[in-house]
Design a protein. Structure first.
Length: 322
């Protein structure tokens, strides 16, 4: 019998559908540390934020496919999976609009300081004059680091607000950006210098880790709005309190370094939180609409594999196994 191990919370219809196909182990509380002893003889492993380590892959005696119920796969040891003949699949595009909506929400919240105004009003205070100095977004320049599918959707949304858009992406040529009506910028440094608002949509690699550090932030405009809904490690968050004092940058974060691994765990970065203008607990891709789309694609990947003994090519990350 086909066995499915679900290590994170997914839409209930995914659990129900897999239960009609085979046996389901639904353990949304599984952690990266516990997974090696839990995976057993499961054939499919479905994860969202849970890390899949080499130890888990070695312990999985009959694992055939790891499905990331989302787009990013940096939490999965792809090299180890490939070495063991295990397909790694993702669900690109299914939650992109959810991320874009949160980015635009953070942009507006940071500019108008909506979280602060809400808190103050709930405390019974009317401090209108304190919040009448936002710069506004119309006519401002948005800088995007990473002009992939999500970055392009953000660009489109920002244009709808009347913003000018510039971007840096080493893999997207100038001509392609011009067709998208996005200003091509030759380096991240230069993008920092010209942007009023900046948003990150890049993967976490050795090259991008701490791409934004104290030195890079000092190249940014004073009072810039800075949004990160990609990966926490792209930003050296330890320097944020200092740069807020130096340059008045308004930070809006959805992702962090060393995030809690399970729901309801304590958030460790309380000092960092005091320096942020807007923040959310890594919910960029988490809407009911996105969960349904991700769930449907997760089911499609599994069913396709069972019928064809390989996953759909579009969803395979380690394509050398095809």
């Amino acid at each position: 019998m086909t066995k499915f191990f679900i290590a994170d919370k997914v839409d209930p219809f995914v659990v129900k559908t897999f239960g009609e196909i085979g046996e389901v182990i639904n353990n949304p509380g599984a952690t990266a540390e516990k997974l090696p002893e839990l995976i057993g003889d499961s054939n499919f492993l479905v994860v969202r934020s849970t890390r899949v380590t080499e130890e888990t892959i070695k312990a999985a005696t009959k694992l055939k496919v790891i499905i990331r119920a989302g787009a990013g796969v940096d939490t999965i040891n792809i090299e180890a999976a490939t070495k063991n003949g295990i397909f790694v699949c993702n669900c690109p595009g299914t939650n992109s609009h959810a991320v874009v909506e949160l980015v635009i929400g953070h942009m507006i919240c940071a500019d108008r300081e909506l979280f602060s105004t809400t808190t103050i009003l709930k405390d019974g205070k009317w401090c209108k004059k304190q919040f009448t100095k936002s710069r506004g977004l119309f006519g401002r320049k948005l800088g995007i680091v990473g002009l992939g599918y999500i970055g392009r959707l953000v660009a489109k949304a920002a244009k709808g607000l009347g913003m000018a858009v510039a971007a840096y992406d080493k893999y997207v040529p100038k001509e392609a950006m011009e067709k998208l009506e996005v200003e091509w910028i030759e380096s991240v440094d230069k993008l920092c210098e010209v942007s009023d608002v900046m948003t990150l949509h890049t993967v976490l690699t050795e090259e991008t880790k701490h791409m934004f550090n104290l030195e890079m932030f000092r190249k940014c405009k004073d009072g810039m709005i800075f949004i990160n809904a990609s990966r926490g490690g792209v930003v050296d968050q330890s320097c944020i309190p200092q740069i807020v004092k130096e340059k008045g940058i308004k930070f809006a974060l959805d992702v962090y370094e060393d995030e809690p691994s399970v729901n309801d765990e304590e958030f460790p970065h309380t000092e960092l939180a005091k320096a942020l203008t807007s923040m959310t607990p890594h919910i960029g891709a988490s809407t009911l609409q996105a969960a349904e789309a991700v769930g449907l694609m997760t089911i499609d990947i599994a069913k396709y594999f069972l019928e064809n003994e390989k996953p759909p090519k579009l969803n395979v990350v380690n394509k050398t196994l095809l």
